[in-house]
Design a protein around this ligand. Structure first.
Ligand SMILES: [Fe+2]
Ligand SMILES: [Fe+2]
Length: 272
C-alpha cells in the first residue's frame, strides 16, 4: 500500500528550512469553545508547545518512511511493511492535527525545521540487525515513552477539541510502540546469543540518545499554571519523572523479558 505522500510543505528561507502546515491545519480545523482564559505569555507558551509537536510529528513521518525501506531490505513480510506505511501516514496526520491546535490557539502553523540527520543505515551490520536497531530505538524506546507522556497530557487537557486530538494521536502512538514489541516477540527467539549481545551493546547508545533528546524537549523549570497546562503546556519536572519511570518500569523490563541486557545498557548509557 502507499501512504498519503507529504505535499512537500517545506520551503527554504535563506538557509533555514520552514515547515508550513497551514493548509494541513485548515484540513484538521478545530475550535476551542471551552478554552480557559489565558495570559498572553501562557498563550505563547501553548502555541510554541504545539508548534514543537507539529515539527516532531512531521519528522516522525520521515523516520517511518526510512524504516519501511529498511524493512524491505531486511525481508520483512508485506504485513509488517504495510504497518510502517500506515504509521508514516499517521504521523503526517498528527502533524496536521498539531498544526490545527496551533492555529486554534491563535498562532501560525509555520515553524523552523531543525537540521535532520539521516536515519542510521548501520552499514556495519546486516539488514535485519540494522532494522532491529532502529525499531528498538523508534518503537520500543521513543514511541513507548510518547505513549506515557501523551496519556499524561491528555488527562490534563481542558478544551474538548484538544483532548480529542490527543486521544486520536495516542491511539496511533500505541500502535507505533506495539509494532516494535510485537516484532521483537516474533524475532527475539530466533536471535542468536551473538546478535543479542550486539543489540544489547547498541542499546547503550540508543538510551543515551533518547535521554538527551527527551530532556531537551521537556522544560526543567517551574510548573505552568492550570490554564496553561489545560492547553498543552506540560510540567517539565513531572514529565521528566514520568520519562524515567517509563524507562525503569516498562522499557527496560520489556527488553529484558525478550532477552536483551537492557538494564545494564541503561546503566551504561552513553550520549552519542
Ligand atoms: Fe505521532
Ligand atoms: Fe508515532
Amino acid at each position: 500500500m502507499s501512504p498519503t505522500q507529504p505535499q512537500t510543505p517545506v520551503e527554504r528561507a535563506d538557509t533555514a528550512v520552514v515547515l508550513d502546515l497551514r493548509d494541513a491545519a485548515r484540513a484538521h480545523r478545530i475550535t476551542l469553545h471551552d478554552a480557559p482564559a489565558l495570559q498572553p505569555q501562557e498563550r505563547l507558551s501553548a502555541i510554541a508547545t504545539w508548534q514543537g509537536r507539529m515539527v516532531n510529528e512531521h519528522v516522525s513521518a520521515r523516520i517511518f518512511r526510512s524504516l519501511r525501506e529498511q524493512a524491505v531490505d531486511a525481508g520483512l513480510s508485506q504485513d509488517w511493511r504495510d504497518r510502517l506505511a500506515r504509521f508514516e501516514a499517521d504521523e503526517l496526520r498528527h502533524g496536521g492535527q498539531c498544526a490545527a491546535a496551533v492555529e486554534a490557539l491563535g498562532g501560525s502553523a509555520r515553524a523552523l525545521l531543525p537540521a535532520l540527520p539521516e536515519v542510521p543505515a548501520h552499514d556495519d551490520t546486516d539488514a535485519l540487525e540494522a532494522l532491529l536497531r532502529n525499531v528498538l530505538s523508534v518503537s520500543c524506546l521513543s514511541e513507548t515513552v510518547a505513549v506515557a507522556l501523551i496519556t499524561s497530557e491528555r488527562w490534563e487537557s481542558g478544551p474538548a477539541a484538544l483532548a480529542e486530538t490527543l486521544r486520536q494521536i495516542l491511539r496511533d502512538e500505541i500502535g507505533h510502540a506495539r509494532f516494535g514489541w510485537r516484532l521483537l516477540d516474533e524475532l527475539a527467539p530466533k536471535l542468536g546469543p551473538a546478535r543479542r549481545a550486539r543489540l544489547s551493546a547498541w542499546l547503550r547508545l540508543a538510551f543515551g540518545h533518547l535521554e538527551r533528546h527527551e530532556l531537551s524537549q521537556l522544560p526543567s523549570v517551574a510548573a505552568p499554571s492550570d490554564a496553561a497546562e489545560q492547553v498543552g503546556v506540560c510540567d517539565g519536572r513531572v514529565s521528566r519523572q514520568l520519562f524515567y519511570d517509563t524507562i525503569h518500569d516498562v522499557v527496560v523490563p520489556g527488553l529484558e523479558r525478550r532477552g536483551l541486557a537492557a538494564g545494564a545498557a541503561w546503566q551504561g548509557r552513553v550520549a552519542a
